[in-house]
Design a protein around this ligand. Structure first.
Ligand SMILES: [Zn+2]
Ligand SMILES: [Zn+2]
Length: 282
């Protein structure tokens, strides 16, 4: 296996991380599984068929990675009730089609994300010129073409609910991508923030590899609307979350998290928005 140096899109993921393969339990019913550099979440009771949902599908294009993690952790890879896609970037939809097919379940996403996951529209190209570290510079090779998850993909109910999981709401958090969503549960302040807020500096190769922890705005090289990204961060802060399960990086809890979140909102223009890059100008 030597795809570390290849530059072909779809085969090049020039990195992994210290947490590859790790399953972390955030609460009784929220489990974070790290596939190389990206997190997927098992929410509910994955020990029983259809009593849980999967959030995102990892960067690996084979379904075996997630199925094996489920078997290891819960004895069996029981089918979820549904798969929720926070957005359609390549590092979150790796095995989406094959998992949906394997379990025969629907994939739900925001209606504004549908064109990018039904083959209709490509994402804008990642910006390798953006201010940032090595991963930003390599990002020009990242896949940005629309994938086609027909016939499994469907839009969410517009009222913010998730069928079968009344405690959970999806929250529209555009900016990083037009139809990105986060998931929030008021009962315990659980926030699964996708790429709207992450806890690792995703454009730094060193930080991605070591998963150095720090609250961050969205990954710079793929974020195309910084005004919306800022509003989305404020929207998530206003929910007063107690802890975060991000799309990239480690979960963060308690006062440390709240302090970092408030700081990120206050300093967003300075710390999150890049000083230069092709998506920073109007
Ligand atoms: Zn993304
Ligand atoms: Zn991502």
């Amino acid at each position: 296996m030597n795809n570390q140096t290849s530059t072909e899109p779809n085969t090049t993921i020039p990195m992994t991380s210290a947490h590859d393969g790790l399953v972390q339990r955030l609460t009784e019913d929220i489990f974070c599984y790290t596939d190389k550099i990206v997190n997927v979440y098992f929410v509910g009771n994955p020990g029983k068929p259809h009593e849980w949902f999967l959030v995102d599908c990892g960067i690996s294009t084979t379904p075996d990675v997630i199925l094996t993690a489920l078997k290891t952790e819960f004895g069996e890879a029981h089918p979820p009730k549904m798969i929720v896609l926070t957005h359609g970037h390549f590092d979150h939809v790796g095995a989406a089609f094959d998992l949906a097919k394997h379990w025969d379940v629907s994939l739900y996403c925001h209606e504004l994300e549908l064109p990018f996951v039904t083959g209709g529209q490509d994402y804008p190209k990642p910006d390798p010129t953006v201010e940032g570290g090595m991963v930003a510079k390599l990002s020009g090779a990242f896949p940005h073409k629309a994938i086609d998850l027909t016939p499994f993909v469907k839009p969410f109910d517009s009222n913010g609910s998730l069928e079968g999981f009344p405690e959970w709401k999806w929250i529209h958090t555009p900016g990083h991508s037009p139809g990105q969503i986060a998931l929030f549960r008021e009962k315990d302040g659980a926030l699964l923030s996708a790429d709207a807020i992450i806890t690792v500096k995703q454009d730094s190769l060193y930080d991605v590899l070591t998963q150095t922890e720090d609250l961050q705005g969205p990954p710079r090289y793929l974020t195309t609307d910084w005004k919306q990204a800022k509003l989305s961060t404020e929207r998530l802060r206003d929910l007063q979350p107690e802890f975060i399960g991000p799309g990239h990086g480690l979960p963060m809890f308690g006062d440390e998290f709240k302090r970092h979140l408030e700081q990120l909102v206050q300093d967003f223009d300075r710390v999150a928005v890049p000083d230069f890059g092709k998506y920073t100008e109007e």
